[in-house]
Every structure is written in C-alpha cells, then in structure tokens.
Design a protein around this ligand. Structure first.
Ligand code: PLP
Ligand code: COI
Length: 355
C-alpha cells in the first residue's frame, strides 16, 4: 500500500509538553495523523498528513446512528527504540469490532504497517519519562451522508497519537469503584464485546451517579440478573480470593482485554491459579468482610494496572486491602510496565519494535 506523506514544516511543529505526566490524559496530539477512506469497495487514499479537523457531512451516518469503532494502544520509548505491546491483537480486535458493526475490515499487516510509518515520523513524540507513553487511537467512522438506517457505504479510518502519563489522576494509587445496579452496559448478543463508540456513550449516565458520591469509575453488573460482575468502564477486573485470582469469563458482553489476557499469562507464570469464572457481587462483598478478598485490581491499556481501594455498592462503601495497593497488584504493575517499556525480559514475545 502506498502512503502519501504531507509533512508539517519543521518550524511549524508543535511544542511537546514540558511535563507529560501533568497533562490530562488524551488532550495533546502529535503533529501528524494517518488516514484512509473506504469507498464501499476498497481502502484508498492512504495518507500521513498534519493532525487537524476532518470534514464530514452533517448527515454522516456515524453522527446519527453511531456506526463507529476504535482501538487503544501505546508506544513506549526505550532509549532510541520505540516499542509496541502486542499490536496485532489490537488490530485483530478492531476487525472483530468492525464485523459486529458491519464495517469493513483492515488487513492486520496493512494497519500495522501504516501505524509503523506514522510512528517512525512521530518518534520524537514518544515521551521518555517513566510512566509515560504515546497513546495510539485507531478509529473508524461511517461517513456516508444518509438518514436511512443501514450500514454506510463509505468510511474513514484514521490514527491519532497523544503523549500521555497516567490515565487516572490518582496515578498508581488505589481507585474508587462504584458498582452500578441501576444501569447496565451490555448484554450477551449486544455490542459489549466490541470496542464500539456507543458503548462508552451508554456508560456516561452511570458515571454521573458515581461522581455524586465521590467515585470515579463504574463497575458493571450483568444485565439479566444484576448479580455477576462484568468489567469497569475502561478496564477488565480481577479479584484475588486468598490464593485464587479470578476474572469474569469472556461471555460476549465484556471487552476481551489485551491487558487481561497478558495478566492471566503472568499470573500463571507466577505459579498462582488464575481462573476465568463468574464472580457475584455478593461473593465479593462477603469476601471483603471475611478477609477472603485480598486484592481487587483493574487492567487496561490506558489504565495499565489500577489497584481498587474502595467499592461502593447499594449505598455502602467497602474498603479493599485497607485502601492500599496489594502485593500481587504491585508485582503485576511492575512486571507489565517493565516488559512494555523494554526494561524487563519479554518471555512471551509481546514486544514489537518500530522499524
Ligand atoms: N474494557 C473496556 C470497556 C475498555 O474500554 C478497555 C480498554 O481498552 C478494557 C476493558 C481493557 O482492554 P485492553 O487491555 O485491551 O486495553
Ligand atoms: C484503552 O485502555 O485504551 C481504552 O480504550 C480506554 C479508554 C476508553 C480511554
């Protein structure tokens, strides 16, 4: 695939943030972006060009009916090298999301190649400081102007880049999680397993309930019984019951997280038992009072590993691990960040170098 390149003149390029760790997540963007269009038959007009507004008909289908998907991944700096973490998994998942939303696929090699080309040009945007990275946001939207409800025949795919520090303002400190039993995120057969933009819009209202009681993130329960835990707004969740570490199974309503998959592998490497099984909210609440629940943590690309210090459920706050970071949570954070940043050995060949 030929990529046309239109560069911002050197003296017109943006200044990089002086301290990326202080920049609110996803608010600063690099100089260039990648884009290509689908005309109903094939992808065309692959371009790397200045980052900036896109022009869209007010009737574009994505704006009315939400036919839009995205991915989230990161590039890490190791000296002169720029590293990606399991990027092919993101692009495979992108195609799964595309299938669910009746959108065209992008060959994984094409998506990866265009990302590499963009990153080579933008490599000085990959920040150096520990705890930082360059967040990558591949996105596909339905662009055909039409008010009838049907799959679009035109699409725009683009990739933008944002230098980031921690996702949560708390950094690597325990986060407070609000269990919503009022609203649900997804049901089996719905779009929960796809990274579809509408899932996030649908999650916002529960977030406002959480904010009212001083909580930041929502933990979703299953839609049918409101009994089984599913996932957090931007993370999969793990619970350590004594020496068993459990996470909900990929039942079709939660996102198959790449960090989740990596955490399951690391836990097995440690010789602990990692189980994908249904976990009821009652089992967690009981385990918190009996002491059987030792740690709870969330995991995701943006959030990395986030210790949970407190749960809010049915008007009651429950402290987790005395509000501190558990030992397994800390170990996973250190190992994952170590592997992603190229500082630790990569026994599972997860790292791909940009070249
Ligand atoms: N669940 C949801 C709803 C998410 O948005 C994310 C973030 O991408 C995750 C889980 C974690 O997925 P991953 O580890 O692939 O980033
Ligand atoms: C990610 O972790 O990459 C996500 O997509 C979460 C998010 C919506 C910021």
């Amino acid at each position: 695939m030929k990529i046309e390149v239109d560069l911002v003149p050197k003296d017109e390029r943006k200044e990089k943030p002086s301290n990326v760790l202080d920049v609110p997540f996803g608010t600063v963007f690099s100089d260039h972006m990648f884009s290509m269009r689908h005309d109903g038959e094939k992808w065309r007009d692959a371009r790397i060009h200045p980052y900036g507004p896109i022009s869209l008909s007010p009737a574009a289908l994505c704006l009315h009916y939400g036919q839009a998907i995205f991915e989230g991944m990161k590039a890490y700096r190791r000296g002169e090298r720029v590293l990606l973490f399991r990027p092919e998994m993101n692009f495979k998942r992108f195609n799964v999301s595309a299938d669910r939303m009746v959108m065209p696929n992008i060959e994984v090699e094409v998506a990866l190649h265009s990302l590499m080309e963009l990153l080579k040009l933008e490599s000085d945007w990959v920040p150096q400081v520990p705890g930082s990275s360059l967040y990558i946001r591949p996105t596909m939207i339905a662009t055909e102007p039409k008010l009838g409800v049907r799959p679009s025949q035109e699409y725009l795919y683009y990739v933008i880049l944002s230098p980031v520090g921690p996702y949560f303002k708390e950094g690597f400190s325990p986060v407070k999680i609000y269990v919503s039993d009022r609203y649900v995120r997804a049901v089996r057969g719905g779009t929960g397993a796809a990274k579809a933009s509408g899932n996030y819009a649908a999650s916002l209202l529960a977030g406002t309930d959480a904010t009212k009681v001083g909580y930041s993130q929502v933990l979703w329960l299953d839609a049918l019984e409101r009994k089984w835990i599913e996932e957090v707004g931007t993370m999969n969740l793990f619970v350590r019951f004594d020496d068993e570490v459990a996470t909900p199974p990929l039942s079709g309503s939660i996102l198959p997280g790449i960090t989740r998959d990596s955490v399951l592998t690391l836990i097995n490497d440690y010789g602990l038992t990692a189980k994908e099984r249904m976990i009821s909210i009652d089992e967690i609440i009981e385990g918190l009072s009996s002491g059987k629940v030792r740690e709870i943590f969330g995991c995701g690309t943006a959030a990395i590993i986030a210790p949970v210090g407190s749960l809010w459920y049915k008007d009651t706050a429950y402290e987790v691990s005395n509000g501190r970071t558990g030992e397994l949570t800390r170990r996973l954070f250190d190992d994952l960040v170590g592997i992603q940043s190229g500082e630790r050995e990569d026994p599972h060949d997860w790292i791909v170098q940009v070249e």
